[in-house]
Design a protein around this ligand. Structure first.
Ligand code: AHM
Ligand code: MG
Length: 338
């Protein structure tokens, strides 16, 4: 496998394959630099004064950690002056961030969950950043943050790029520009992301599942039945033993699945129904769905393909079932049949 840097990979996607243009290349490079800065801050841990509560709530009413706020600021500052963006939207901000008039406007929209897995920050468990890129519709009204919201309301099928960084034992960047999925590892001495995988492919079959079992009593019947079948192992209808993993950071759980297969579920549950689910469609579900589908997997709410949902608001949530294709298909069939 070619040990090329992210910059080199992106140049080839632009020049040889014509998959991306120079602006999208710049955008992804800038996002990667922001992820590197977040990684550096995280690695300082308690020494850097970055642990603990920020003392504020986000739009979803969730208490923000210092690192949620810091990561959001790093991404905003890195991306606003390059001329490649029309606006940004974040899980941590009520309204989109429009590009200040002193900077040129670009044709892309960037969405992110700046720090995914917030509950794992203070316990030194893998966390991440998730991002998604859309094209800004022509003639979109960007005069105010409120008006700019409409430009973002596109289904995930419109994403031109998506990816995530995992801040774990090493820092990885996993990326798709619609031409498969590749991963890069941060070389801390060189300060660059270096490609460390060929095209990632999720095996269609799996024997590993990922779900927060504490919510079992709140799930809908098809998920109840499916997980019950998994737990019966060889003696049950699925005829094999399954193993379970739940990190509690979507980036880490989905990254495991992208690496060795599996099924990740945050299904609709009675507790979260009034909110539409737990995970955010535009900052979490869509970008991860693009990665998973580009790696040969599938991503569904149980009722519909995640990337076909037309969002009504930027902070919309949805049920998430993604990973090995045969397993996702089995669960979707159980929802249709009920
Ligand atoms: P966050 O973006 O505020 O960190 O919330 C999303 C996280 C996901 O990373 C993870 O899959 C899920 O919430 C964990 O939820 P739970 O606390 O139910 O385990
Ligand atoms: Mg998150």
């Amino acid at each position: 496998m070619a040990r090329r840097t992210l910059a080199h990979y992106l140049i080839e996607e632009q020049r040889n394959k014509g998959v991306i243009n120079a602006d999208l290349r710049l955008l992804i490079e800038v996002v990667s630099r922001a992820c590197r800065a977040i990684s550096v801050a995280i690695s300082k841990g308690g020494l850097g004064g970055i642990l603990g509560e920020a003392g504020s709530d986000n739009i979803q009413g969730e208490a923000q950690k210092k690192l949620d706020v810091l990561s959001n600021d790093i991404l905003l500052e890195a991306n606003e002056w390059g001329g490649h963006l029309a606006a940004m939207a974040s899980e941590e901000m009520d309204l989109p961030h429009t590009i200040p008039h002193r900077y040129p406007q670009g044709e892309y929209l960037l969405l992110f969950d700046p720090l995914d897995g917030s509950s794992n920050i203070d316990v030194n468990v893998s966390i991440g950043t998730i991002f998604s890129v859309l094209k800004c519709p022509e003639g979109a009204d960007l005069t105010t943050p409120k008006a700019a919201e409409a430009a973002f309301l596109q289904p995930g099928t419109q994403q031109v790029a998506a990816g995530y960084a995992v801040y774990g034992p090493s820092t990885l960047l996993v990326l798709s520009v619609g031409d498969g999925v590749v991963s890069f590892t941060l070389d801390r001495e060189q300060g660059s992301f270096v490609q460390t995988s060929d095209q990632l492919r999720i095996p269609a079959e799996t024997s590993e599942f990922s779900i927060n079992m504490a919510n079992q009593r709140f799930w809908e019947a098809p998920i109840q039945r499916y997980v019950n079948d998994l737990q019966q192992g060889k003696e049950g209808p699925l005829g094999k033993d399954y193993n379970m993993r739940w990190v509690g950071s979507m980036v880490a759980d989905v990254h495991r699945i992208v690496t060795r297969g599996g099924i990740f579920m945050y299904p609709m549950d009675g507790k979260m129904r009034s909110k539409g689910g737990k995970l955010r469609l535009m900052y979490e579900a869509n970008p991860m769905a693009m990665i998973v589908e580009q790696a040969g997997g599938a991503a569904s709410t149980g009722y519909e393909r995640i990337m076909e949902i037309v969002p009504a608001t930027i902070h919309q949530r949805c049920a998430v079932i993604m990973g090995s294709k045969n397993e996702v298909d089995r669960i979707t069939a159980a929802h249709t049949a009920q």
